[in-house]
Design a protein around this ligand. Structure first.
Ligand code: MEV
Length: 320
């Protein structure tokens, strides 16, 4: 007999990719960090309705878990936990999901929502073994496969561990190394307001890689090399170098065709306003970009320029 927790709540952060998106799918190293001030939150409460409901007011959803299709990401997250816990019938609960992370904007909203549901439900079922970072990450990875067929694993890892990570997709086990920064890195994160599908961007890169394997392998190698150098620069506290490498990485992402006029406009505006470096973050084609700034004065200058260049939302996150 399972002793259920009457009310369980868990959350997971948004994320940014500092270096190596897309190339990471092909085994090159990448660096990502959580954005803890924006989060997805899931609560699980007992329901007297003899049913399990999934409610997400932000997404305009109120559904019975059993009625949802197999490829529904929220439902998949819930069924995965129930499956691992050995339950064939869901408990009588309402799983409520809220998120402050913009959808389809490169900030890991899908992974964070899945991780929050998984943790909250595991907590409800009194299963601490399913709440470890490793388990939450592994189950979130299964959900990520719905968002796109070949996730590298970086998004689920960074939102589950909630730490800056050095990540390499490899078998049998991905390399995951949390790291410390020697000097704080202050990022302005700006949204183009354009929503973009990770699945489409990753699929397009895959198609181009299949058509021109040598050209794309070289692009991925360059992104991997930049990530390696960036890791040393972060370790050495060489903030200016980190900025320059971000801008270099953006140029390779343009060659991969995953930037967009809106992203390029924000990157240019940030650089012209004096940012140390700037690049798109995540799958691209829309969503968010990052600008690295040295201090608060530069942050204000860059934020104003980004606003004038059409950013729909701006936040600052400091990695220390
Ligand atoms: C998306 O946040 C990062 C990509 O590299 C895809 C992935 O790693 O699965 C574009």
């Amino acid at each position: 007999m399972i002793e259920f927790n009457p009310v369980s709540e868990a959350s997971a952060p948004g994320k940014i990719i500092l270096f190596g998106e897309h190339a990471v799918v092909y085994g090159r190293p990448a660096i990502a960090a959580p954005v803890s001030q924006i989060r997805a939150i899931a609560t699980v409460t007992h329901s007297s309705s003899n049913n399990c409901y999934l409610v997400a007011p932000d997404l305009n959803r109120h559904d019975r878990l059993q009625d949802l299709p197999d490829d529904d990401a929220l439902a998949r997250a819930a069924w995965l936990v129930l499956g691992v816990a050995g339950l064939t019938q869901p408990p009588d609960v309402t799983i409520r999901v809220r998120s402050q992370i913009p959808i389809a904007s490169g900030m890991g909203s899908g992974a964070a929502i899945a991780a929050a549901i998984i943790r909250a439900l595991a907590q409800h079922l009194n299963r601490p073994d399913l709440q470890t970072n490793e388990q939450v990450s592994a189950l979130t990875y299964e959900v990520e496969k719905i968002h796109h067929g070949t996730p590298s694993g970086i998004d689920n890892t960074v939102v589950a561990y909630e730490q800056p990570i050095w990540f390499v997709r490899q078998s049998p086990k991905n390399l995951i190394e949390p790291f410390k920064v020697a000097a704080p890195l202050r990022f302005v994160v700006a949204d183009t307001g354009v929503r973009s599908s990770t699945k489409v961007a990753v699929g397009d890169v895959r198609r181009q890689y299949n058509q021109q394997p040598a050209k794309f392998a070289r692009i991925f190698d360059e992104c991997g090399r930049i990530a390696q150098v960036a890791r040393q620069a972060i370790k050495a506290g060489n903030v200016e170098k980190v900025g320059q490498l971000m801008t270099d990485n953006h140029a390779w992402l343009q060659k991969m065709t995953v930037s967009s006029p809106e992203l390029d406009k924000l990157v240019d505006a940030a650089l012209q306003a004096g940012a140390l470096g700037a690049k798109l973050s995540g799958a691209g084609r829309g969503g968010n970009m990052l600008a690295l700034v040295a201090d608060e004065a530069m942050e204000r200058q860059v934020s104003t320029a980004l606003q004038q260049a059409g950013a729909t939302n701006i936040l600052t996150t400091i990695l220390k």
